[in-house]
Ligand binder design. Sequence first.
Ligand SMILES: [Zn+2]
Length: 200
Amino acid sequence: MIDKLPTIKKLMRHLHQVPFLASKNLYRVTSYFLQMDRERLNQFCTALKEAHEKIVQCSFCYVWKEKDTQCIFCDDIGRDRSLVCVVESWHELLVIERTQSFHGLYHVLGGVISPLDGINAKDLKIDELVHRVTTREITEVIFALNLTPEGEATAAFIARKLYGLPVKITCLAKGVPIGSNLEFVDRLTVSKALADRKVF
Ligand SMILES: [Zn+2]
C-alpha cells in the first residue's frame, strides 16, 4: 500500500534512519507529523534548523554547547578540574549529572569501539582525551562507560593509551548491572557506583 503513496514512503524512509525510533512506531510517528498544523510544523522545522546552526561541541570535553558561549562544565570555576569522567555520550553524562554527586569535568567519547558497527578508535575522541590528560592538570580519569563488552573493551583500550601517565584510572563500582545502559539505571545506584569507584 505504501508503495502507492510515494510522498509518505519518502517521509518514512527518512524517519527510519532516526536512531532509537523503533520500527513498530514508524506509522504512528508518520501520522503525528502528517497531522501537525502548519504553524506547529514551521516551529518544529525552525527549532531543528536553529539547533543545527547554534549548537556545537565544546572543543575540550565535546559536550554540546551554544555557539559563542562558554562550556557549562569546562568554564565553571566551581568544578574540580583534576577529575575527568569519561562517558560514551550525552545521555550518560545527564545520568551522572542527575546524581548531583560528581563535580569534576567530563569527556564525551562519541560512542564506543565496535568494529561490527564500523566504529573504530579513530572515530572517537580518544586521542583528544590522551592529549587532554597530557597537557592539563588531571589527576584522575573515571570510566563511566556502559558495562557492555564494547564499553569494557573501549575502557581497556584507553587505559593502555594512558599507561605511564601520572594519572589514576578508576571505573564505576559494579553496583551497575552487567550489560546495562547507564541511561536506564536509577540515579541512586549510579551515585553509589560513582562514590565506590575503584582502580581500573
Ligand atoms: Zn567543555
